[in-house]
Write a protein that binds this ligand. Sequence first.
Ligand code: NAP
Length: 248
Amino acid sequence: MTEANTRRVAYVTGGSRGIGEAIVRALAADGHHVVAVARNGDRLSALCAEISARGGSAEPAVVDISDGAAVTASVEAVIEKHGRLDVLVNNAGITRDGLFMRMDDKDFDDVINTNLRAAFVACRAASRSMIRARWGRIINIASVSGIIGNAGQVNYSASKAGLIGMTKSIARELAGKQVTANCVAPGFTTTDMTDVLPAPIKDKVKEVIPLRRFGTPAEVAAVVGFLAGDGAAYITGQVVAVDGGMSM
Ligand code: NAP
C-alpha cells in the first residue's frame, strides 16, 4: 500500500499559484495526499517538493484543463494509481474581461470552457469513485461575480453562476450516496488575477467591501479545508461567500 492509499486523496486544479496553491497547502497540512494540477509543471513540482520535505504528501499533474479529454484522463489516472479520489476542488479559472457589447465569441467561449466545462468534466470523472466509496467532497470555486454580477465580466460571471447552478444539481444527484457538492465564492482576493488591477480601481473596490480590504488565498483555503473534512458532512448544495461581506 502506498502512503497515498492511507490518506484521503484530493485533486486540486489551478494548484500552482494563488488560491489554488493555498488550497493545496491547506489540504496537505490536513493530511491529504494532494494532486496539484496546472499547466506550469515547474511551479507544481517545486510546491510538491516543498510539501513533501515538510512531511506532507503531494504530487504534480500537468494538465491543460481546457482540454476535456485530458481532464478525464488525468482524473481517471489518479483513481487508478491511488484506488481512490476523495476530494475534488475545481479551482482553476481565467478572466477575459471586456464590455459585453464588444466581447468576441472566443473570449466568451474560452472562459466558459476553462471555468465551467472543465469543472463539469472533472466532477463527472471523479464521481464514480466517490459514489462507490459512499464518501466524497466536490468543492467548486465560484466568485462573488457569479452572485451579484460585475460590469466587464459577462463571460466570467456567467461561468461562475453556471458553476453554482451545476454544483446544486450535482449536490441533489449525489446526496443519496453521501457525496457533497458545494461552492466557495471568493470576493476580491490578493493573487495574480487581481494584481493586474490598477491601484485606483483597487481603492474603489475596497470602498464597496464592508471589511475594507482584499482577502488572502489562505482565507479562502481555510473554508475549502473545512468543507473537505468530516465536520462538513451535513453541508451540501451551498455557496459559501468569502468576500469580506461584499455580496450580502
Ligand atoms: P490565478 O492566480 O490567476 O491562478 C489561476 C490558476 O489556474 C493557476 O494555478 C493556473 O495555473 C491555473 N490555470 C489557469 N488556466 C488553466 C488551464 N487551462 N489549465 C490548467 N490550469 C489552469 O487565479 P486565482 O486568483 O488564484 O483564482 C483561483 C480561482 O478563484 C479561480 O477560479 C478564480 O476565478 C476564483 N476567484 C478569484 C478571485 C480573486 O480575486 N483572485 C475572486 C473570485 C474568484 P497555470 O497558469 O500554471 O496553468
